[in-house]
Design a protein around this ligand. Structure first.
Ligand code: HEM
Length: 247
């Protein structure tokens, strides 16, 4: 891990419902969030809804059980290499676009809205397109990842969404570390890595509430959520290993 990156360890408080320690802001208090002026702390304070008292928090499980997958993908998205050249950064954005766009297409087919989550506001491919328009306007079309997870139901969709929603938390850290070196800011090539900007904490908290409520209503699908999250991390890592920075 590069210097300056707060560790995503199990020692940190996990986002367990109903507690200050459960918020991503609290988890990063010694690191990213504390230094991020744009984060909306009020959003975090609402906190995720209580989990089913009979079962563990799904967010806690996800965080714990995908930890090694996160570490593996962090090694591929190597911040030092990324910060060393704009072309590596552009290559990474192109890799993300080739994965996020088709994955979002699949996720959009699930009945999120009927279950209370506005999926449209969670699409991120448009941010990637915006960055690529400003940094690589004449680049060739992006190749599309052929090896995507299959979110056949909301539980598996939740696992996929966990990965891309959680990435907005670390993304802001990455932008802080490489932005100056590359001359990239939130409005100039760093839209994707700015995540939901000041709403990042609130969006993560509301995703958490949705995930906890879904699994509380369908406890038998908890394993499918975690499995889909692991598959998403792994397929994205494989894809970025071939297209990412330094390749
Ligand atoms: C160099 C690359 C990366 C770094 C430095 C990084 C760093 C971090 C950090 C510091 C957090 C914790 C943020 C907080 O507690 O507020 C985090 C959370 C997370 N990151 Fe990353 N990340 C990286 C890449 C990625 C990628 C590529 C993905 C997936 C697309 C990803 C998915 C996640 C998820 C799902 C979480 C939420 C964990 C949880 O609390 O359950 N990260 N990351």
């Amino acid at each position: 891990m590069s210097p300056g990156i707060p560790a995503r360890t199990d020692r940190d408080p996990v986002p367990i419902p109903n507690g200050e320690a459960g918020t991503p802001g609290a988890r990063a208090s010694a690191g990213a969030k504390a230094e991020e002026p744009g984060i909306d702390p009020a959003g975090d304070r609402h906190g995720p809804a209580p989990a089913d008292p009979g079962g563990p928090s799904i967010l806690a499980r996800l965080r714990h059980e995908t930890r090694s997958h996160h570490e593996a993908i962090e090694r591929v998205v190597d911040v030092d290499r990324l910060g060393a050249s704009r072309s590596a950064y552009v290559r990474l954005l192109r890799g993300f676009l080739g994965y996020y766009e088709p994955l979002e297409g699949r996720l959009a087919g699930l009945p999120w809205e009927a279950s209370g989550l506005d999926f449209r506001e969670r699409r991120k491919a448009g941010w990637l397109r915006e960055d690529l328009r400003s940094l690589d306007p004449d680049g060739p079309p992006c190749p599309t990842c052929p090896d995507l997870p299959e979110p056949v139901d909301l539980a598996r969709g939740l696992g996929c969404l966990y990965v891309v929603e959680g990435a907005t938390l670390g993304g802001r850290v990455v932008l802080r570390l490489i932005g100056d070196r590359l001359g990239i800011g939130p409005e100039s090539g760093g839209r994707f890595y700015s995540g939901y900007r000041a709403r990042t904490g609130a969006m993560w908290a509301s995703f958490g509430r949705f995930a906890e409520a879904h699994v509380a209503a369908h406890p038998d699908r908890a394993d499918a959520v975690v499995e889909a999250a692991s598959e998403t991390f792994d397929s994205l890592r494989r894809w970025l290993s071939g297209t990412g920075p330094g390749r």
